[in-house]
Design a protein around this ligand. Sequence first.
Ligand SMILES: [Zn+2]
Length: 428
Amino acid sequence: MKTFSRSDGHEGCLFSAVLLDATQTEMRLTAFNEDAKKLYPILEEEKVFFLSNCSVSRSRQQYKLKDMEFELKATRDTQVQECIRQDIQSLFQKVSITPETIDIISQKAATMDRFDTLDTIAVVHSIGEKREIDTKNGLVDTREVLFVDQTKHAIKLSLWRDKATVPPFKQGDVCILKNVGVRVYREQPALTLLSSSQLIVNPEWSDEAIKLAGWARTNLTPDFTPEGASIMSSGDSPAASKELRHRVPCREIIHRKCGLEFPMTFFVHGIVCDASSKKLYYLSCSKCKKKIEVQGQQSFCPNCQQTVAAVPRFMPRVTIMDESGTLSAMAFDETARKIIGHTAAEIFDADQRNPDREGGDVSAETREMLNEAVHREGIFKVTCKGNEYQGQVRQRCSFSNFIPLTAGKWAGEGRLLLKSIKDILGME
Ligand SMILES: [Zn+2]
């Protein structure tokens, strides 16, 4: 603290401090008179503080410290409070991490020693229901969380006790998990928090975390199905996922003429038998997605009333099979891509490469792409509607989603099968 006297005889005091934030940026704070007297006893070197209500100004050239463009000045309303939260303090301990992606972690999980740890940056995809587990220390809260990253792979983490009661993060948060253990539990790799582990939620100083948050905002739609683990497999509990509850055999959908009065949605566990169509795609408007007219090099959208870019949109007819029979329905764009494993643009390009298709509807190259879907197994979301055609209402089905059966989904499938066996045998 320094004192000064102005030419008019007025006496005053001031102090200044250099602050460092989590981005490793330095800034000077200056306080005068009453503000200085108030703040000086609180601030301490090497400690972390929250500051509020300071004024920010451009540094004056003659007082400029190093290359600090701006500086803070304490005001009458400035509040300074020591930060005692560990997670925030830890930001200043220069957390250095060597993050590994979830696909790699899943691969090496089986060969990891129980004392090995690693770092990862991942997004909270879903948070499971809280459960109570009977342990020798009494009932303990536990909760499963599913993390994903840009590799689209998922991995589970179990929270325990207080963290399970009130999770320290929410869906969509990006977390740095430092020094976490990896276990294989029920044939699935899972992360585990050790006493030496660090969990940092939404770190603003990490470029990787910010990039991943951007990825999550674009990709974590309700339709996003990660590969690998899953926590939506609680079979017959009320929390069972929709795709397990509204399950029907193919034959029922056709036999009962579902959807004629009002649209209905079901989930079928099936295998692709065939994917084909006279028209595999249509050319759509890049703006409104409606069908467009192509005349030579020009593509005109009747809806937008202008010349637009033509985007091929997928519409193959896919036939699937389950133990009850077969079901043929159209799959559109994104769903078609999930089932076939190719985009409409790839099919379109293949057609362009094979202009004369010897009478057949599709070229051998396209046929090969479509055949990759054959025997693909998963849960098909089927939407049924009534469609009026020449005075008659007919059932029209389409596939509106496809969820491939990955390792994590089989537990739920197993429970479902067990339940139907019990139903047949009349068991409780
Ligand atoms: Zn249009």
